[in-house]
Design a protein around this ligand. Sequence first.
Ligand code: PLP
Length: 373
Amino acid sequence: MPPVPLVDLRAQFAPMREEILAAIVRVCDAQQFILGPEVEALERELAAMIGAGHAIGVSSGTDALLAALMALGIGPGDEVVTTSYSFFATAGSIARLGARPVFVDVEPETLNIDVDGVRRAITPRTRAIMPVHLFGQCADMAPLMALAEEGGIPIVEDAAQAIGATYRGRQAGTFGVLGCFSFFPTKNLGAFGDGGLVVARDDGLAEKVRTLRNHGAEQQYFHRSIGGNFRLDAVQAAVLRVKAPRLQQWTEARRRNAARYRELFEAPALRNRVTLPVERPGRTHIYNQFVIRVPERDRVRADLQARGVGTAVYYPVPLHLQECFGALGHRPSDFPHAEAAARDSLALPIFPELTAEQQAHVADSLREVLERC
Ligand SMILES: *Cc1c(COP(=O)(O)O)cnc(C)c1O
């Protein structure tokens, strides 16, 4: 069996090759590379697909978060309540603005932000709540929305891993005042480089994000606010326009692969040794990652690698224990569920083009590796 990589973007590219090359040539012929008609068309198409009033293309998921927080005027002295278990950008975007990330533990099963923890973390200085829809499953938005409404606190969704995920029929990114997406190549909708998107319902907030992505200039060279260069390239938009119509079918393939893993892992040798990702009712998980929990995770990972199975660890260090946040004064055991996940979570290959044979190889390898425990 040839090695099974964690992701195989070449398998995704092959059937779209001609169409994508034609889209890139279109941009080359137009010689308009920054924003412009390709980006505007993508924004319209994605706003319709996500069910958002406005969609604003930006330079990355990180910059989507940064621009969203800037649009809300968040800065020094402000607090933003967020999860302790996510990609660094979630907390980095808060801290870069001089605001304080206030971390909360995760639910042990979904690894999404714990709503009771959020309630306890809110103070008079809380300016936003930033849930992350981790690995492609929505956080528990109904009670979070209730909390936010009660306190008059805006929600900014980090939906970087969750494009197309739903919660009670509504899409990730459309719950908060602003929703942030990433087109990093390994996200479910990936560009050929960096890219991101902010969605908004409110016209005024959308306009703020639009202005901020271009140095805060409402009119060129006239600045009432200070923004940055958070613009999306036309080449990325052109590529994404080819890929976006296929997203639904890729999501279905990922969900089929997840279901197949669940069957394979029913085998007696695996059933009690591997904890599978939990899907909550009323939510569509889009499986940006299929993350299991295993004892002796690092050894299991190395042994899988030796058998040609690619895996990844998301994330080995929870955010509250990152060295750069040392001044916040957190200690190990502050957030036990996030810390446990950092110790034992392991992402398996789940990309849409993964075959049944490859999945069987992953399961067989895992069984062999665990029998050697
Ligand atoms: C990928 C990701 C980001 C950042 O997106 P980039 O496009 O890589 O800047 C932010 N938050 C989460 C949860 C992510 O997975």
